[in-house]
Design a protein around this ligand. Structure first.
Ligand SMILES: NC(=O)c1ccc[n+]([C@@H]2O[C@H](COP(=O)([O-])OP(=O)(O)OC[C@H]3O[C@@H](n4cnc5c(N)ncnc54)[C@H](O)[C@@H]3O)[C@@H](O)[C@H]2O)c1
Ligand SMILES: N[C@H](CO)Cc1c[nH]c[nH+]1
Ligand SMILES: [Zn+2]
Length: 430
């Protein structure tokens, strides 16, 4: 059973603080293990990839079989049902349309002094996509990572996906093909992240690594940052549902469990001003768990990290939402839009009772790779800009240099950088 909190009780600040700091990602041990794995991949290359893939995924590989061949992808596609391929195509079309609208504009203008200035966007030259494959396989995450990369114009997209005991969901490979992924490798965990960052004989290094994964993947991404860029540390999934007495408790329970089934460390929270709804949701979760195939995972997540918070007025929930900064925020209340407009911190917002978060996971259009663990306070979900970089442009005509030079010379000298000052002064005969 999830914990119950009541915002009207005097103990609430401390129980809420405990909820905020609930430790869902581990740990020193994981970080130490990851450090050793990365070092091994740097030193031994493909040999380390083969060893770790055998140890963690139970799969014996050779250097030639690290990469999944085009023929294997053809065969995988042929195994997929027509219905699944059509659903994938619909998802791709909608994700692509949404992300196309995010493409940024270049800018170049000349100001009154004669300074031409602006910026230019270019795609990153090569990107590695981490697609999780341990507990579940995620064809949808292939699209969510690869489509914005291709919309941005990334020329080389390499994907890694662990294939426990050699089993790959054929739809993962079909999604890679549909989204235009250029290379696919059957490796996962920290070893795959290390290979993408440092390169091996078979896996050429990339400039940036994106995509969600478990604690090993997250720790590896933290460690290789600097050698390569990373998008974010997307950890175990989260949902926060804000609901008033009009909400349907069975639907709310289903949405809480939809996130809980991702991971025992996922977090599902309901905030409501209705004690009746709170009780009904709690009972509905219990009932639905009895028939959910992933009840073991979802039940552990709900028990250890789930919560129902009772407040006096739905409008008073906003400061709590902002402090929790959830990955997903569902608002199922009469004035959903009004409440949403007041929220500062959330990775994605789902409005109204007919927008279950799972629609956004698959076919809505927005990206489902979103900031977790309260990082929505300072970051956003994956998008086209994550696959691009901005270069600034500046050009002074002689008059502009005459107008701006003396101030720059003064600032250079005030910083003790005479060389800077002279590089300007020499052009102005000063
Ligand atoms: N935020 C998002 O958008 C999003 C999307 C999909 C999935 N997810 C999250 O991604 C995570 C996926 O995790 P997963 O485990 O299913 O798949 P994964 O691919 O992230 O991890 C599997 C790999 O972990 C490594 N590993 C496992 N045990 C290890 C050990 N003891 N030592 C060293 N390495 C070890 C292995 O290399 C294995 O291949 C879940 O937490 C899920 O919630 C998030
Ligand atoms: N809800 C996950 C992000 O937290 C994404 C996902 C993929 N497949 C199903 N769900
Ligand atoms: Zn999901």
């Amino acid at each position: 059973m999830a914990r119950r909190l009541d915002a009207r009780e005097t103990s609430f600040p401390s129980t809420f603080a405990a909820l905020l700091s609930a430790k869902r990602e581990v740990s020193e041990d994981v970080d130490q293990a990851v450090r050793a794995i990365i070092e091994d991949v740097v030193v031994k290359g493909d040999e380390a990839l083969i060893d770790y893939t055998y140890r963690f995924d139970g799969l014996a590989l050779q250097p030639e079989t690290l990469r999944i061949s085009n023929e294997e992808i053809d065969a995988a596609e042929a195994q997929c049902s027509k219905e699944a391929l059509e659903a994938l195509a619909l998802a791709k079309e909608r994700i692509e349309a949404y992300h196309r609208a995010q493409r940024p504009q270049d800018s170049l203008t000349t100001d009154a002094l004669g300074v031409t200035l602006g910026w230019r966007w270019t795609a990153i030259e090569s990107v590695g996509l981490y697609v999780p494959g341990g507990r579940a396989s995620y064809p949808s995450s292939v699209l969510m990572n690869a489509v914005p990369a291709k919309v941005a114009g990334v020329p080389r997209v390499a994907m890694v996906v662990p294939t426990p005991r050699g089993e790959t969901n054929p739809l993962v490979l079909a999604a890679a093909r549909l989204a235009g992924v250029d290379e696919v490798f059957r490796i996962g965990g920290a070893q795959a992240v290390a290979a993408l960052a440092y390169g091996t004989a078979t896996v050429k290094p990339v400039a940036k690594i994106v995509g969600p994964g478990n604690a090993y993947v997250a720790a590896a991404k933290r460690r290789v940052f600097g050698q390569v860029g990373i998008d974010m540390i997307a950890g175990p999934s989260e949902v926060l549902i804000l609901a008033d007495s009009h909400a349907n408790p069975d639907w709310i329970a289903a949405d809480l469990l939809a996130q809980a089934e991702h991971d025992p460390a996922a977090q599902s929270i309901l905030i409501t001003d209705s004690a009746t709804l709170a009780d009904a949701v709690e009972q509905a979760v219990g009932r639905q768990l009895q028939t959910l195939p992933k009840a073991e995972i979802a039940g552990a997540s709900w028990r250890d990290y789930g919560a129902i918070i009772l407040i006096d007025k739905i409008g008073n929930a906003i400061p709590l939402v902002d402090r929790l900064a959830p990955e997903h925020l569902e608002i199922e209340a009469e004035n959903a839009e009004e409440l949403a407009a007041q929220v500062r911190n959330a990775g994605a917002i789902f409005l109204g009772s007919h927008t279950p978060e799972a629609i956004g996971d698959y076919v809505g259009g927005p990206n489902h790779v979103l900031p977790t663990a309260r990082s929505a306070r300072f970051s956003s979900g994956l998008g086209v800009l994550d696959f691009m970089k901005r270069t600034s442009i500046l050009k002074c005509d002689p008059g502009a240099l005459r107008a701006l030079g003396p101030a720059a010379i003064a600032l250079g000298r005030s910083e003790g950088l005479e060389g800077h000052a002279r590089s300007i002064a020499i052009r102005l005969n000063l």
